[in-house]
Design a protein around this ligand. Structure first.
Ligand SMILES: Nc1ncnc2c1ncn2[C@@H]1O[C@H](COP(=O)(O)OP(=O)(O)OP(=O)(O)O)[C@@H](O)[C@H]1O
Ligand SMILES: Nc1nc2c(ncn2[C@@H]2O[C@H](COP(=O)(O)O)[C@@H](O)[C@H]2O)c(=O)[nH]1
Length: 211
């Protein structure tokens, strides 16, 4: 007899967006550590690595020329200018993985989210994280201590513009307490996996049930 966890389903493109410093990376690391069914979609970027970031794990760090070449060869699922750099999702194995039931986590901005929805609405689930206040957002960027004061100022200037896109997302979660926020993000992922339209194994299961 089949139990539901063995029924086949399509994978999810699980998108986290927020203004810089609201906690996407924090939530992503927690989710990837706690859930074996989801893999990070590793973006390519022309931004230089921050302290502790590893090429191929956090990002594919590429030169401007290499990014141009990837755009030219249509290697990106989506790409965008964010702050002073370019960021993009390499096409890689995402389409095939989704068909096979693999979930992918995307830490991308609103421009990339719109592009993913245009390409594949059925598999996309988007979550926008809000900080509890702009003062808390600045304090997080300062405490993280990975960007210069100039970069922090420019990210704070862009925060209102980022936040103005909140209503384009399926879910909005305020990241005040890390653990509470993580519980909510995980609940969203769990519930979305159960959506009838994703569960491709249900039709044969129900047919057999009725025989
Ligand atoms: N709920 C929270 N309360 C306090 N600090 C937090 C919370 N969530 C995340 N942080 C801290 O805030 C800082 C910024 O978080 P994080 O790097 O996850 O943000 P981000 O949205 O990924 O930023 P960016 O877009 O710049 O990569 C980190 O030092 C992180 O530890
Ligand atoms: N449209 C895309 N946006 C991306 C991608 N990878 C990351 N990002 C977003 O860029 C900013 C800045 O990131 P940071 O690591 O320099 O702080 C942040 O909003 C990310 O979500 C991508 O592939 N496409």
């Amino acid at each position: 007899m089949a139990d539901q966890s063995t029924l086949s389903r399509r994978g999810i493109m699980f998108i986290l967006s927020s203004p810089s410093g609201a906690g996407k990376t924090t939530m992503s690391h927690k989710l990837l550590g706690a859930d074996e069914e989801i893999k990070l979609s590793v973006s390519a970027t022309t931004r230089p690595p921050r302290k502790g970031e590893v090429d191929g794990i956090d990002y594919h760090f590429v030169s401007d020329a290499k990014f141009d070449e990837m755009v030219e060869k249509d290697d990106f699922y989506e790409w965008a200018h964010v702050f002073d750099h370019r960021y993009g999702t390499p096409k890689g194995y995402i389409r095939q993985g989704l068909k096979e039931g693999q979930d992918f986590l995307f830490d991308i901005d609103w421009q990339g989210t719109q592009q993913l929805y245009q390409k594949d609405q059925q598999d996309a689930v988007s979550v926008f994280l809000l900080p509890p206040s702009l003062a808390a957002l600045r304090s997080r960027l300062e405490t993280r201590a990975l960007d210069s004061a100039e970069v922090i100022d420019s990210r704070m200037e862009r925060a209102r513009n980022e936040i103005s896109h909140w209503a384009e997302y399926d879910y909005v979660v305020v990241n005040d307490d890390v653990d509470e926020c993580f519980v909510k993000v995980r609940e969203i992922l769990h519930a979305e996996r159960m959506k009838r339209t994703r569960q491709t194994g249900l039709i044969p299961f129900v047919r057999e049930l009725m025989e």
